[in-house]
Design a protein around this ligand. Structure first.
Ligand code: ZN
Length: 214
């Protein structure tokens, strides 16, 4: 619960971040802000400031570039994230990974639960862990509940790559990094990914590097 006395510092912090034009600085793994559960959004930023903050998250995500960005990744411990994926991938990748375009969305106070028992394992990366990717087995389908940036309730099922994105970003708000859920033996540099594991599924990587797929 936020009280008036602890609202001011967060709003002040965000005002300070927004004082500089352009993309925000992305916090890297090792910063405790990425390991603390973020505070529930409860009006700590007034609507105008929230709108400016969301726009800065969007600009930062595009500039990175990435398909999602959570507030703690810019040092702000609030349960807010943005997602957007134009999914510029070949058809065989789209089919194997369910990587369909995901329009821009703002997730406020999101949480997810699995829908069914299906699992999907693919390489993924994180803007706060630059240079590497690893295979993460995630729920194939999730029900996401929470709010949008206008405070309207959200209750929606996500599948395919968008399901992976919402799990990754919601995990950030709980202080969880994708590495916590990854197959350690799958850890690969971006160069190794580009040279060896750009194929649609990680089946060959699992065999060559010695890790299990669900
Ligand atoms: Zn991330």
């Amino acid at each position: 619960m936020a009280t008036p006395s602890d609202r001011a510092p967060l709003a002040e912090q965000v005002e300070q971040l927004l004082a500089t034009e352009g993309p925000l600085t992305i916090v890297a793994a090792g910063d405790p802000v990425l390991r603390r559960p973020a505070e529930r959004f409860d009006g700590q930023l007034d609507p105008a400031l929230l709108a400016r903050f969301v726009e800065a998250l969007r600009i930062t995500m595009h500039a990175a570039p990435g398909v999602g960005l959570a507030a703690p990744q810019v040092g702000v411990g609030l349960r807010i994230a943005v997602i957007e994926d134009p999914a510029p991938v070949p058809q065989e990748v789209r089919l194997a990974r369910g990587r369909v375009p995901q329009p821009f969305r703002v997730l406020v106070n999101p949480s997810y639960e699995p829908v069914g028992a299906g699992r999907a394992a693919f390489f993924e990366g994180c803007l706060s862990v630059p240079g590497y990717q690893a295979v993460v087995a995630r729920h194939a389908e999730v029900r996401l509940t929470g709010e949008d940036e206008h405070g309207r309730a959200v209750d929606e099922v996500f599948a395919g790559w968008p399901a992976r994105i919402v799990q990754h970003e919601t995990d950030h708000l709980d202080g969880v990094l994708y590495l916590d859920r990854a197959e350690p033996r799958s850890l690969s540099s971006n160069q190794a990914i580009a040279e060896r594991w750009a194929e649609p599924t990680p089946a060959r990587a699992a065999e060559a590097l010695g890790f299990e797929l669900p």
